[in-house]
Design a protein around this ligand. Structure first.
Ligand code: ADP
Ligand code: ASP
Ligand code: MG
Length: 423
């Protein structure tokens, strides 16, 4: 017997018909002799709808009240799944964030999980009850509802798995695993048998939204075994216990999988894209110590994450242009802050562009293999795709390009690194 956490995303929970299908997958998992806790998302589109209500009510919404509104989507689906499981003859109950409780710290709307008091939950599982937990929500130290940031149900699932000592955390979604790139963009994308925590963390952080970045970091830290798999397969599909999806594994486990010959190691594991960044150029900034600090200090103070930074070669008269990217949602705020500081920074013009995309190639193989970046630059150049900015880390190269060229760039790179599935 094992203890399993099963998480179902928004598409899997969209409507009572689909919830019935989820309930039957859950029942089958329990019937295989396991203790089962289920974490659910709101129905697809529901969180967006609730976010819009908040915007309409008050553009400068109070994050604490925003959390009260947006956390409700998961409350609905957790109750509905518990009801559906009961209708199938299972013992099931919902556990809201404040009932477990799942305690969080830091900012509303992007709270971080601190602790989960699991004894009551575990006792319930041991009595054979299925626990149904709304993802995305927690409770702050002062007793108010918090949410974990968009896509946060993945993190709820991993946190619950760590707290109850689960043997595995299965993330059920609308694709049957982690692919070499978004299978909705590249038909020839290939499903991976396994991906290391480190690679998945990097892929998620550069836009592969199949798992929330924080969920991967937490799984790595807590050593939670994660499998990504589909909830849209028929009754004759192989059981989750046979590991039909993609496993997120440690380096050691990956080496064992490679040694068994089940998989080949590629220099590049995956390609991701992100259309949610915007570019800012400040022209004619004084080329002297402290100038760059003057630009980024106010942005940091406002919790605006700056991603890529390029300081262009100094021009005449000790001036230079500084280019950087910020999340698109923060662009207006960043621009206003910089305008406020115009005199202190001493720039001439602000030029902004939110019609950009970040394309990233990720792979642990890059540590030991040169030439990954130059293949990227050459393949894009051959197709006439202009690179506006570049950053690299040990296992990643990212470039900024025109947003209209996103799909083309991803396809070209997928082929260039030999990732296309055989016809
Ligand atoms: P859920 O609602 O189940 O949380 P998400 O929409 O958050 O699902 O994540 C699943 C989606 O992630 C897929 O439909 C797919 O389009 C996208 N995706 C992006 N990159 C990848 C990748 N490398 N492998 C698989 N899916 C990916
Ligand atoms: N419902 C939330 C969202 O759409 C959390 C999640 O689905 O993971 O972001
Ligand atoms: Mg998701």
């Amino acid at each position: 017997m094992a203890r399993i956490v099963m998480k179902f995303g928004g598409t899997s929970m969209a409507g009572t018909e689909r919830i019935r299908r989820v309930a039957s997958i859950v029942r089958r998992q329990q019937a295989a002799g396991h203790e089962v806790a289920v974490v659910v998302s709101a129905m697809a589109g529901e969180t967006d709808r609730l976010v819009n209500f908040c915007r309409e009510a008050n553009a400068l919404h109070d994050p604490a009240e925003y959390d009260v509104v947006v956390a409700s989507g998961e409350q609905v689906t957790s109750g509905l799944l518990a009801l559906t499981l009961q209708s199938l003859g299972c013992k099931a109950r919902s556990w809201l964030g404040w009932q477990m409780p799942l305690r969080t710290v830091e900012a509303h709307s992007k709270a971080r999980v601190e602790t989960i008091d699991a004894p009551e939950l575990v006792a319930s599982l041991e009595r054979g009850e299925i626990a149904v937990i709304p993802g995305f929500q927690g409770v702050s130290h002062d007793g108010r509802i918090t949410t974990l940031g968009r896509g946060g149900s993945d993190t709820s699932a991993v946190a619950v798995a760590a707290a109850i000592g689960a043997d595995r955390c299965d993330i059920y979604t609308d694709v049957d695993g982690v692919y070499t790139t978004d299978p909705r963009i590249v038909a020839k994308a290939r499903k991976q048998k396994a991906v290391t925590y480190e690679e998945m963390l990097e892929l998620a952080s550069v836009g592969a939204k199949v798992l929330q970045t924080r969920s991967v970091g937490l799984a790595m830290k807590e050593g939670v075994r994660v499998q990504v798999l589909s909830s849209f397969l028929g009754d004759d599909a192989p059981p989750a216990d046979d590991l039909p999806g993609t496993l997120i594994v440690s380096d050691e486990e990956m080496n064992a999988i490679l040694e068994e010959g089940d998989m080949e190691r590629q220099h590049v594991t995956g390609i991701a894209h992100d259309k949610n960044e915007a570019k800012i150029i400040l022209t004619r900034v004084p080329d002297k110590p402290g100038a760059v600090a003057n630009i980024f200090a106010p942005l940091a103070g406002a919790s605006i994450n700056v991603d890529m930074i390029i300081q262009n070669v100094g021009r005449d008269k000790g001036e230079t242009d500084v280019t950087f990217t910020v999340p698109q949602v923060d662009l207006a705020r960043a621009q206003a802050l910089l305008e406020d500081q115009r005199d202190a920074i001493g720039f001439n013009r602000i030029i902004t562009d939110d019609h950009i995309a970040k394309i990233s190639v990720v792979g642990v193989g890059m540590k030991s293999h040169a030439g990954v970046a130059s293949t990227m630059f050459k393949s894009l150049a051959d197709r006439g795709i202009n690179i506006q900015a570049i950053t690299t880390s040990e296992i990643k190269v990212s470039v900024i390009i025109d947003e209209d060229e996103t799909e083309l760039a991803v396809r070209v790179l997928h082929t260039a690194y030999g990732l296309d599935a055989a016809e």
